[in-house]
Design a protein around this ligand. Structure first.
Ligand SMILES: Nc1nc2c(ncn2[C@@H]2O[C@H](COP(=O)(O)OP(=O)(O)OP(=O)(O)O)[C@@H](O)[C@H]2O)c(=O)[nH]1
Ligand SMILES: [Mg+2]
Length: 385
């Protein structure tokens, strides 16, 4: 399995904490002024995916997360950080200490605010320039973390002659990088073999490669509810959300005013004013120019990070565990992971005792090297100790 953590970064006032609050269902400080957030907020958000229970015609019983009308919400770690400004990586604004909270993220959402300092709407070019500035700060911070203690590291390395890949793994261990990630970065770029000779530019280049390829930064435009001509921004390549709508929906759902987080149909409980506000929200989403945050999460995780979801079960016919719970687990795995990897994810003992697996849909026998597909329902048969 892949441990996943999505960071929400961006300029002050972009709506990061509003987004975090809506998706994690936790209360955090939100304010119409810069630097409302002073410390990182950690929480559990969700991505959504079609739940296989629909094929079974029976409801599922998730151990973690939940399911709504066939849409499964799978938990994902999230972190919301204080606002970034130009110079943050050197300690300006809220400083750079909090940037360490991004070190173990798998991807970072760069949340953009379409409203400029003079309260005017920014055009797509201006937004992209702002986004570049934020991303540059993240790369700068990565570079400075990566470059710290370089002399000491260089000295040690020149005495030991360990290979480049190994050296980088050690140097970048702070960022939770895997050997495979480092190998891929090295394959794509041409860094000199002797890391002790790396210049400041080499270090920056490596950091840039990491933040674009291994730990991608994804631009998402917030406050879509304040943009009249959203199509212009969609055409310019922006994905638009509204954290404000997300928070209203989350609250309406908790208050029993709508049928679900995805199904915004009003219940009998709401008053006319609330119903009117909800229908405006529904209309805006129906325009097709704005998407829900759960879909953004699924897109980032599945498309950008190449993850899939697999459902291990004990009974391949009923798709349940020993207690009869249907599809109790949904694991986010890496594309390319095997049935054996899934077994290890369930439990080390199951992985070690792996005999074979069964495909819950086709009932075919699968070997340990079977490559998992998205939404696979898998029974694992293992020797028990
Ligand atoms: N209209 C509208 N307002 C929003 C939206 N998202 C956030 N806001 C407002 O924008 C302001 C800033 O929101 P926060 O969530 O505190 O922003 P932040 O990015 O966490 O700010 P810092 O912690 O200071 O970096 C608040 O007044 C929010 O209510 C949105 O989608 N639409
Ligand atoms: Mg905040």
């Amino acid at each position: 399995m892949s441990s996943l953590k999505i960071g929400i970064a961006g300029k002050p006032n972009a709506g990061k904490s509003t987004l975090f609050s809506s998706i994690t269902g936790t209360m955090v400080a939100i304010g119409n002024y810069a630097f409302t957030t002073t410390e990182p907020n950690d929480g559990i958000g969700f991505m959504d995916t079609q739940c296989p229970h629909v094929e079974l015609g029976k409801f599922c019983n998730p151990k973690r997360g939940r399911c709504e009308n066939g849409i499964r919400f799978i938990p994902v770690e999230m972190v919301d950080v204080p606002g970034l400004i130009e110079g943050s990586s050197e300690g300006k604004g809220m400083g750079n200490m909090f940037m360490d909270a991004l070190r173990d993220t798998t991807a970072i959402i760069n949340l953009l605010n379409p409203i400029g300092e003079d309260r005017k709407l920014l055009n797509p070019e201006e937004l992209n320039m702002e986004a570049d500035a934020i991303e540059n700060e993240i790369v700068q911070w990565f570079t400075s973390r990566f470059s710290s203690d370089w002399d000491k590291f260089s000295r040690k390395l020149s005495q030991s002659h360990i290979p480049l890949e190994e050296a980088l793994l050690q140097k970048a261990s702070f960022f939770n990088m895997k050997q495979k990630d480092i190998r891929e970065t090295l394959q794509k770029h041409h860094f000199q073999e002797d890391i002790t000779k790396w210049t400041a530019d080499d270090k920056k280049e490596f950091s840039r490669a990491v933040t674009s390829e291994i730990r991608p930064i994804i631009r998402i435009l917030n406050k879509g509810d304040l943009i009249e001509d959203r199509k212009k921004y969609v055409d310019a390549g922006f994905t638009i959300i509204s954290s404000d709508y997300e928070l209203s929906i989350e609250r309406a759902f908790n208050g029993g005013l709508i049928k679900g987080i995805k199904d915004l149909t009003p219940t009998e409980r709401g008053n006319e004013k609330q119903k009117h506000a909800l229908s405006k929200i529904q209309e805006d989403y129906a325009s097709g120019t704005m998407i829900r945050i759960f879909d953004v999460m699924a897109w980032v995780i599945k498309e950008k990070l190449n993850k899939i979801v697999a459902y291990p079960v004990y009974d391949e016919t009923k798709w349940c565990d020993k207690d009869g719970n249907i599809l109790p687990d949904a694991f986010i795995m890496n594309y390319g992971d095997t049935a054996e990897d899934l077994a290890f994810e369930v439990h080390t003992d199951i992985g070690e005792g792996f005999i074979r697996a069964l495909n819950g849909r086709t009932k075919m026998i699968l070997g340990r090297n079977y490559q998992l597909k998205d939404s696979d329902v898998i029974r694992i048969i293992a020797k028990t100790k």
